[in-house]
Design a binder for this molecule. Sequence first.
Ligand code: FES
Ligand SMILES: [Fe+2]
Length: 394
Amino acid sequence: MTRRLEEGATRTRPKLPGRQDWSSWPNYDAAAEGFRGYWYPVTWSSHVTGKPKAFTICGEKLTLIRDNGTAYALHDRCPHRGVPLSLGSQQFPGTVSCPYHGWTFDLTNGKLCAVITDGPDSPIRGKVGVPTYAVAERLGMVWVYVPLAGEAAPPIDEQLPEELVGNAFVMGGRIDPRAGNWRFACENGFDEGHAKYLHRTSLWRLFKPMPVWNITRVVPEGRWIYRVQDEVHWEADFPGVGHWTGKRWWKLRPPKGTFNVGNTGTPKKVDPVIEKQGFPGFASLSMPGVLRIVYPKFIHYEFYVPVDADNHRYVGVMVNFLKGVATARFYAKYLGAIRWLFHGQFSGQDAWMVDVTDAPPEKLYRPDVSLTSWRNLAESTTKQKLAALKGEPS
Ligand code: FES
Ligand SMILES: [Fe+2]
């Protein structure tokens, strides 16, 4: 590739080692703005009110508004002159009106149902409309289905992590706008190699050592892929370089043996709901970018929501399968510590890396089996989905 420097001068970019592009995963490569055909969490339910608000998901501009308790999503563009409907307001129950000339749209189907500045018999009434999106509310958030080819939305419960459907739980979470492509965020979440090194300095890990390196397999099960640890090493001698360990006198002793629930050893007691799931590994990932990290008493989820090619929304949720008075203890712990240490500082280190990642080109190494397995999953799932839409056997 050549790049113009000054008048007439050109420079050849040195070829970087490894894979030059993502053409081995064409659908993944094309998904800079996210995979369509999925439900995405957009914002907290409490933020969706009678005043329309603007959001971008998968490069698509939408407006969310609540009417009579129900949340609605419409394409955020008035067909008249292209003004965002999110700048408008509600003038009649069950509708939203554009701020410019008062074109008024039915929230249930997006149809133009009145035109304030053209009188009750406006001939254009009923003749145009704006696209609407299926909306659901789960985990205290408003979710929108972004269709692939105009298809009806499948039930959201089929896409949520299975254990979050039909079990009582309490949760805490945060939604942060972040710089960087959603795929870098997703790959970082499931990345086998980084946590032990990047997060070794985080306060969340202050008293718990991190391994130096692991031998890890990626195991598919249902619609998830799992990282399964076969070996965990707490210290290592690097030939010709020296000794390296994450152990410190003030940290707990590392556990003996390997473990696949939590990352600090074989737990004494596991929450019964978590135990029942029989997760083969503590980190798992599913489409369209849902990370699940299983600890003995709680599960941490990350949803990487594509905004556009350069931005995503980080949705981090911590769930405890508790009922009754125990829930108050969870909220105190979450708001007092976890929200800042884990969802804040720890995952802030991830945000930093996601923002500065620049790939491809990339030269992958052994632990990156986590990345290539994810890309393979995304690729094969998308191929199947596209074939099903075309009515081809997959
Ligand atoms: S641009 Fe929306 S009513 Fe004119
Ligand atoms: Fe991380």
